[in-house]
Design a protein around this ligand. Structure first.
Ligand SMILES: NC(=O)C1=CN([C@@H]2O[C@H](COP(=O)(O)OP(=O)(O)OC[C@H]3O[C@@H](n4cnc5c(N)ncnc54)[C@H](OP(=O)(O)O)[C@@H]3O)[C@@H](O)[C@H]2O)C=CC1
Ligand SMILES: O=C(O)C1=N[C@H](C(=O)O)C[C@H](O)C1
Length: 251
């Protein structure tokens, strides 16, 4: 398969290595300083573009790829609130294809299944309250993480006493804390920590007066995200519309 890369940072470079091992051809690499290559023949020849850039760049990159009829797989986070409705419309009504996931790793797909199951159990046990913590490297631009938001939305779907999520505190690398820990009881609070080069840790904690139950996903490195993105590109070459991880991994 012919793959174009949009964004050639930590993820773009790792995806390139895995794609080559899986016998794909990288036909075009677009980064900040060669965006004119969106209009190249090489880009238009791609079966799928894999996009990992930033919260502010992602949406425009989708538009550029769609204008050349190139399908997109994207893991960029932090753009959904502003552009989610537009992207859903383009995929459902205008024939565009985007595979988006806040987290491409099989480990997080499994963790998400456990999360959904646990939330349904906890719906019957009102003595437990739930909160979440995500820990990421200091370069991360968005908080809370996209994965934490997805996991919180799953909890809201499963628990009648929660109707949304709220951004809690962020502990920065320099030790300062921003945000507030005071939120309505009907919100799933997500606290963030920015520390060193942590690839990504997500912890969900159910606490009662008697005890505490926690589940954690701890990424050792970015290889799981990158492999998942290449598998998603293989899936996307054969499918259309707005796609996500639950379309690809069914359990
Ligand atoms: N869904 C998932 O599984 C995962 C999602 N992510 C998300 O993916 C995104 C990227 O992560 P990561 O690779 O670690 O970040 P990096 O900062 O390492 O890489 C991003 C790259 O995109 C480039 N870039 C920025 N703006 C543009 C633009 N307008 N056009 C083309 N290239 C651009 C950057 O260039 P420059 O450095 O010059 O600005 C940089 O090379 C983040 O939003 C992150 O949250 C990350 C890991 C897993
Ligand atoms: O920025 C990152 O690094 C990551 N971003 C994604 C997110 O926001 O959830 C996925 C992963 O946690 C790494």
């Amino acid at each position: 398969m012919k793959i174009a890369l949009i964004g050639y940072g930590k993820m773009g470079r790792m995806i390139e290595q895995i794609a080559i091992v899986r016998n794909h051809e990288i036909v075009c690499i677009i980064d900040v300083d060669n965006r004119q290559d969106f209009d190249s023949e090489a880009f238009a020849s791609a079966d799928v573009a894999i996009e990992f850039t930033s919260p502010t760049a992602a949406y425009d990159n989708y538009l550029r790829a769609f204008s050349h009829n190139v399908k997109v797989v994207s893991g960029s986070t932090g753009w959904m609130k502003e552009h989610g409705d537009d992207v859903r419309r383009m995929c459902s009504e205008e024939g565009k294809t985007l595979f988006w996931a806040s987290n491409f790793s099989i480990g997080v797909a499994i963790f998400s299944a456990v999360n959904r199951y646990l939330a349904k159990i906890m719906n019957g046990f009102i003595q437990y309250d739930v909160e979440m913590e995500e820990v990421h490297h200091v370069h991360k631009l968005d908080a809370p993480s996209g994965t934490a938001i997805t996991l919180a939305e799953e909890i809201v779907d499963g628990m009648d006493r929660k109707n949304g999520w709220a951004k809690g505190t962020t502990l920065e690398a320099d030790g300062t804390t921003t945000g507030s820990s005071m939120h309505d009881d009907d919100k799933v609070v997500i606290n963030s920590v920015r520390r060193g080069e942590v690839p990504g840790i997500h912890t969900i904690k159910y606490d009662s007066g008697a005890d505490c139950i926690t589940i954690t996903h701890d990424a050792h490195n970015r290889s799981g995200f990158a492999l998942g993105a290449v598998l998603a590109a293989e899936y996307t070459a054969e499918h259309s519309g707005l796609l996500t991880i639950s379309d690809m991994f069914k359990f």
